[in-house]
Design a protein around this ligand. Structure first.
Ligand code: 7TS
Length: 403
């Protein structure tokens, strides 16, 4: 892997922050975007902007072809059976809301669903909204002391009333990689459907939805070196066909009278209105970027950084890492003594180091640990051991100031 070549594709990495070279370690929130993606956005705006699926004219055809080529690329990337199973959304959040608001309508009094305590709010709140006034119980899977899901507890929740389970593939706080294939198989044995929140898996792991046999899988482009405003909902065709539409509007219809509407076929039934077709087109280049390096190579590089950083962090007196799973993605959440994470994040920023602090949209997880939040450093393909060194040196410099 030619790290200098990779870094040269990300001009933002040459930026200075607070008069120092930027060390960007907030990749879990969003990753940076290589020029091939930025160039494609510019090319679409300057060369072929026209609304998709609406015109016979050349520009519209070209824009449609670009969007649909991305759909095919995503299909192949996650090994879906058909492009009809690949729905573009605004992101992971919208994709989960879509499933909760449509599939979730079938929930009825007495049903039970399963979530886990490590979920991002995006995989909690939509289910609460879907349940509304219905008497549907949410069973919450807890953790062991390494921050891994308690799989025995997960299994113990299944009974004749269990209809659905939703959980992340990779935790955005703990980095834990969950045994999702085994968990999906267990849910299916008990007749429940499963949604996997893949927001933190898709940038780091190979995804094969047919091998996993998940019913729904969701992720965001902007965490995969791609543009903002684009996400993907994968769903099994037979389920998507049964589900009512999410939003109504243009593109999602077959025929409209003032009294009644028939809906378009998949995937368009779930894509009301003008999609973010420029960013969808450019998302294709982000997948090219990942594939040009290889997801396994990316994962190996990030794992090296994870181990290198973990080793050095653990030498700092009073530092505690949250999430020490054997199978872990390159994200490190930590606290030092009783120092507030916000103070650490602010001072690191003054030394050019960008980390995330706070609850990371996972308040139930913070409550579980009885902490206000953590400092979180997370790595991407363009990060280096030298950046880890700079991060550790900055941390060692600021900690004495914070007592
Ligand atoms: N699910 C997980 C596991 C996430 O990590 C995130 C975003 C989302 C869902 C929502 O994705 P979105 O693209 O729709 O916003 N996670 C984070 C984070 O950890 N810090 O900022 C955003």
């Amino acid at each position: 892997m030619d790290i200098n070549n990779i870094r040269s594709q990300f001009p933002i990495l040459e930026r200075q922050v607070s008069g120092r070279p930027l060390v960007y370690l907030d990749n879990t929130a969003t990753s940076q975007t290589p020029m091939m993606v930025v160039d494609e956005i510019a090319r679409c705006y300057t060369h072929c902007k026209a609304n998709v699926h609406r015109g016979v004219h050349t520009l519209s055809q070209e824009a449609t072809d670009l969007q649909e080529a991305t759909r095919e690329k995503v299909r192949a990337y996650i090994n879906a059976d058909s492009i009809q199973e690949v729905i573009f959304t605004r992101g992971t959040t919208e994709a989960i809301n879509l499933v909760a608001a449509t599939y979730g309508r079938s929930f009825k009094d007495g049903d039970e669903i399963i979530l886990t305590v490590m979920e991002h709010h995006a995989n909690i709140v939509p289910w609460q909204l879907a349940i509304g006034d219905k008497q549907v119980k949410i069973n919450v899977v807890g953790l062991n002391d390494r921050g891994e899901l308690d799989i025995d507890q997960y299994k113990s929740y299944f009974n004749a009333h269990t209809v659905f389970a939703a959980f992340c593939h990779v935790s955005n706080v703990l980095g834990t990689v969950n045994p999702v294939k085994e968990m999906i198989a267990y849910a299916h044995e008990h007749g429940a459907r499963v949604l996997i929140d893949g927001a933190q898996a898709s940038p780091h792991l190979a995804i094969d939805v047919r091998d996993l046999d998940c019913d729904f899988y969701v992720f965001s482009s902007h965490k995969m070196y791609g543009p903002t405003g684009v996400g993907v909902l994968y769903g099994k065709r037979e389920l998507l066909e049964q589900m009512p539409p999410y939003q109504g509007g243009g593109e999602m219809i077959k025929h409209v009278t003032m009294e009644k509407t028939t809906y378009a076929d998949l995937p368009f039934k779930f894509e009301a209105g003008t999609p973010d077709f420029v960013d969808i087109a450019a998302f294709s280049k982000a997948i090219d970027f990942i594939q040009s390096i290889g997801i396994e190579t990316i994962a190996r590089h990030e794992e090296d950084l994870l181990h290198y950083a973990t080793e050095q962090l653990l030498r700092i007196p009073g530092l505690r890492i949250y999430g020490t799973s054997e199978h872990k993605s390159a994200v490190i959440s930590f606290l030092v003594g009783d120092i507030h994470p916000y103070d650490i994040g602010m001072l690191l920023d003054k030394l050019g180091v960008a980390v995330r602090t706070g609850h990371h949209c996972a308040q139930p997880l913070m409550d579980y640990y009885d902490i206000p939040g953590t400092v979180r450093a997370s790595f991407a393909v363009y990060n280096t051991r030298q950046e880890v060194d700079a991060f550790i040196a900055a941390l060692q410099r600021i900690l004495p100031m914070l007592g």
